[in-house]
Design a protein around this ligand. Structure first.
Ligand SMILES: Cc1cc2nc3c(=O)[nH]c(=O)nc-3n(C[C@H](O)[C@H](O)[C@H](O)COP(=O)(O)OP(=O)(O)OC[C@H]3O[C@@H](n4cnc5c(N)ncnc54)[C@H](O)[C@@H]3O)c2cc1C
Length: 385
């Protein structure tokens, strides 16, 4: 019997962990794997804030493949079913309440999703504090000590340069992420409502969402030069200057935010071709296709699920690559187009119109078009606090 194929997974984000979980669950005798993560331990992840919508056909399906769907449903909420879209004057252009439709993507705190998958792994599976620095092939064999390397190390992947030259490009939009404790600030209840509130106009936006712990996650978005993230000294004050003339209740939301994180948004080109020949290095998730406002976590999980099945079945990695790349390029193009609508001049009525489709149409489109999935999807991660 030939020795098992040795797989190294670089990065224990949602994508890498989902892959590890499915491989461990299937327990294939033909495979052994290790997962290396630069964070020092499970508590040290800097980008754990925020809420994630999982889509039926991708993120939720991956949870099923990982045998964790029931647990996921217990933790997830339907807050995405409550949604209101405002313009800069505070006028409501669209409002939706929970009608019980199952076409609402369940939403979960990122921290909870990561813990759920992490806790399902056998103890010691993740090698914490292992940062991949310089990745290179053995000049003699073209390989390393592993048979297959999986780059699941996010937007600034160290594995990606082994397979392509593409680098993430600044999208022109930067987000300021803050939190508001609702117990101390009940006055924001009527403005935000029970789920998601989105205020749009002048090429800017403010998104407020409730998390599971009584906090509002707030993302204020601006078109600013990339340097704004590092050069603007007082971020909230600077943000407020950009929102001059907006409804004071929306400005008060920005003012009240705590635990500030600045997130410039980056994206890889939307037309990367699938490699027709793969030796031993593959990418998944943001490492492969970080995009501005898309379905990042859903794509990462779908990639993980597809890659796990490919590795277990021993099918050629090119099959995985083609499927992953087609799916990602399709989403990346939608994502770039949506960015223009959401950050256009008269965005509130335009976005409201998208949500006011005839019922049949809306049902068809919503699952792949639900707002918070694409307002956020890439944040890519300058952890610039
Ligand atoms: C606040 C927020 C909200 C979001 N909302 C949504 C949403 O609603 N829907 C959606 O679909 N997407 C959303 N996204 C995007 C989504 O989170 C990402 O696309 C997704 O996390 C990508 O997963 P990943 O596993 O590929 O990469 P990551 O989550 O970035 O994980 C990469 C991991 O690799 C580790 N790593 C990095 N470099 C190295 C190295 N050199 N060596 C070892 N380890 C390394 C990192 O520490 C990290 O743990 C959101 C993002 C944010 C920040």
């Amino acid at each position: 019997m030939s020795p098992p194929t040795r797989v190294a997974i670089i990065g224990a984000g949602i994508g890498g962990l989902t892959l590890a979980r499915i491989l461990q669950l299937r327990n294939s005798p033909n495979l052994s794997f290790a997962i290396y993560e630069s964070d020092s331990d499970a508590a040290a992840c800097g980008a754990l804030a925020g809420l994630l919508d999982l889509k039926f056909e991708s993120g939720e399906q991956a949870m099923k493949d990982a045998g964790l769907h029931t647990e996921f449903l217990k933790l997830s909420r339907r807050v995405g079913a409550h949604m209101r879209i405002l313009d800069k004057s505070g006028k409501i252009h669209h409002e939706e309440t929970d009608t019980g439709s199952w076409f609402c993507n369940p939403q979960i705190d990122r921290r909870q999703l990561r813990s759920l998958i992490l806790d399902s792994l056998e103890p010691g599976t993740v090698q914490w504090g292992h940062e991949a620095t310089l990745m290179r092939r053995d000049p003699a064999t073209g390989k390393g000590i592993f048979d297959i390397i999986v780059g699941a190390d996010g937007a600034w992947s160290r594995v990606r340069p082994l397979v392509c030259d593409a680098k993430p490009i600044y999208s022109g939009i930067t987000l300021l992420e803050t939190k508001i404790d609702m117990a101390q600030n009940p006055q924001f209840g009527p403005l935000v409502g029970e789920g998601t509130m989105l205020a749009l106009g002048d090429g800017k936006g403010v998104l407020a969402q409730h998390d599971s712990g009584g906090m509002i996650m707030l993302h204020s978005a601006l078109r600013v030069p990339e340097e704004w993230a590092t050069t603007s000294a007082e971020k909230v004050g600077s943000m407020l200057e950009h929102f001059e003339g907006w409804d004071e209740r929306i400005r008060d939301l920005i003012r009240a935010g705590q635990d500030l994180v600045v997130r410039p948004i980056y994206a890889l080109p939307t037309d990367l071709a699938a490699r027709s020949k793969i030796d031993n290095v593959v990418l998944l998730g943001d490492a492969a296709h970080v995009m501005s406002f898309g379905e990042g976590v859903n794509l990462a999980m779908a990639d993980a699920s597809d890659l796990a099945k490919t590795l277990i079945s021993g099918k050629p990695l090119e099959k995985y690559e083609k499927r992953m790349r087609n799916r990602a390029n399709r989403c990346a193009k939608e994502s770039a187009a949506n960015l223009e609508i959401f950050f256009g001049e008269d965005a509130a009525p335009a976005v409201a119109k998208m949500f006011r489709m005839p019922p049949g149409m809306a049902y068809l489109i919503k699952p792949s078009f639900y707002f918070s999935s694409f307002f956020f999807c890439v944040f890519s991660l300058g952890r610039l606090g």
